[in-house]
Design a protein around this ligand. Structure first.
Ligand code: NAD
Length: 355
């Protein structure tokens, strides 16, 4: 097979563990021919693992004529500059999230990609999480009727202390997990964003960036997505709660619980009354409806895994198949993140409002 000659830039937690391991599973599609890191020890590790050429500076790597694709896994504030350098050198670029720290940066990326010979692809790998895929399938089947509210949660309690907790390093959960869950939120919205509300706090992380955030988005269709990402929540919540006009679903871990009305059941025609009600308390007849209760495993009909994004990347580069994460979608994620940050400016003092 005509493998794509690939270079990885940034041999850290993502580059070494995710990019390399995921590419190892796809040796028939990609060959790691070069690597770049500022740390000599990490360059040596790559040379030992792949026998590839290594570079300390991306400016030298992009002159490597054998490299077709540059996979960028450096720290978040470097993404725009590193991607533009590689695009200008005629390479294809696979760019880690966040693709940019602000919307202006995302627009610069788009413009550089438009002018370049190579293509820019966005690593929104959580688009292929099995639970996300399965829930999208269930909603598309109409099983819970018209969806009016979606609650997304990624909560844990961490006393994190690395650069991802420091504002000066582009840290904070909005830049870190935000791109994944904002991308999910925009997919679930299924309409252009009408407005949003946001709140960012620092609770448990040791740096000065937010580690607890909530964004409530409303689509032009009236649908609401309430998303929360937290490193300061001592108890978890289900990752998905979805409310539809004929049912609801909850997904936690690899289990989906559904409660819905049978497709052939029509709600009886009844009307609200302004008359004085009887003496007994009533709470409506919802409990008497023929609800179907079901718990199923997460198994989308067409299975997906997060690292499938490499297969889409291969198909896009070698076979001209459209890449599933479009430039417009990736840009919209950054626009929403910027709006969420502006919505409630985070106190740069780092003091938690709760302390
Ligand atoms: N898509 C995902 O699921 C996912 C998961 C984890 C991290 N990420 C993203 O990957 C990026 C890296 O995160 P990480 O946790 O691996 O960080 P990290 O600090 O562990 O690794 C970064 C690596 O880049 C190297 N580096 C720094 N500056 C460099 C430069 N100028 N040129 C070459 N190499 C340089 C560092 O030495 C280090 O090895 C972040 O932007 C993060 O948001 C994405």
């Amino acid at each position: 097979m005509n493998t794509i000659k690939t270079a990885i830039v940034g041999i850290g937690r993502a580059g070494w563990n995710m990019h390399c391991d995921e590419l190892d599973k796809r040796a028939d599609k990609f060959t790691i021919t070069a690597a770049c890191d500022i740390e000599p020890e990490r360059r040596q590790r790559m040379a030992a693992r792949y026998g590839c050429r290594t570079y300390a500076d991306i400016a030298d790597l992009i002159k490597d004529g054998e490299v077709e694709l540059v996979s960028i896994a450096t720290r978040s504030p470097d993404h725009v500059a590193h991607a533009i350098l590689a695009l200008e050198a005629g390479k294809h670029v696979f760019l880690e999230k966040p693709i940019a720290l602000d919307y202006a940066g995302a627009l610069r990326l788009r413009d550089a990609a438009t002018a370049a010979r190579g293509q820019l692809y966005f690593r929104h790998n959580r688009r292929f999480e099995p639970a996300f895929t399965h829930i999208r399938e269930l909603l598309a089947s109409g099983i819970i009727g018209e969806v009016f509210e979606v609650k997304l949660r990624r909560n844990s309690y961490q006393r994190r202390s690395d650069w991802q907790t420091l504002l000066a390093c582009g840290g904070g959960l909005l830049n870190n997990w935000g791109p994944h869950i904002v991308d999910h939120a925009l997919q679930f919205l299924d309409a252009p964003l009408a407005d949003l509300w946001s709140d960012l706090k620092r609770i448990a992380a040791l740096g000065d960036a937010e580690d607890h955030l909530k964004i409530v988005l409303r689509g032009a269709n009236g649908r609401v997505v309430d998303m929360e990402i937290s490193g300061g929540a001592a108890l978890p919540e289900p990752e998905y709660i979805i409310l539809g006009e004929r049912g609801a679903l909850i997904c936690q871990g690899d289990e989906i619980t559904l409660r819905y009305l049978p497709r052939d059941f029509n709600l009886p025609e009844e009307h609200a009354s302004a008359e004085t009600p009887g003496m007994a308390y009533t709470t409506g007849k919802g409990g008497q409806l023929p609800w179907v209760n079901e718990t199923i495993g997460v198994h989308p009909s067409i299975p997906t895994e997060m690292d499938d994004i490499w297969d889409h990347l291969y198909a896009a580069i070698r076979e001209g198949v459209p890449f599933p994460v479009t430039t417009a979608q990736a840009l919209e994620v950054i626009r929403v993140i910027e709006l969420a940050r502006q919505g409630t400016p985070f106190q740069q003092t780092g003091a938690s409002p709760l302390r």
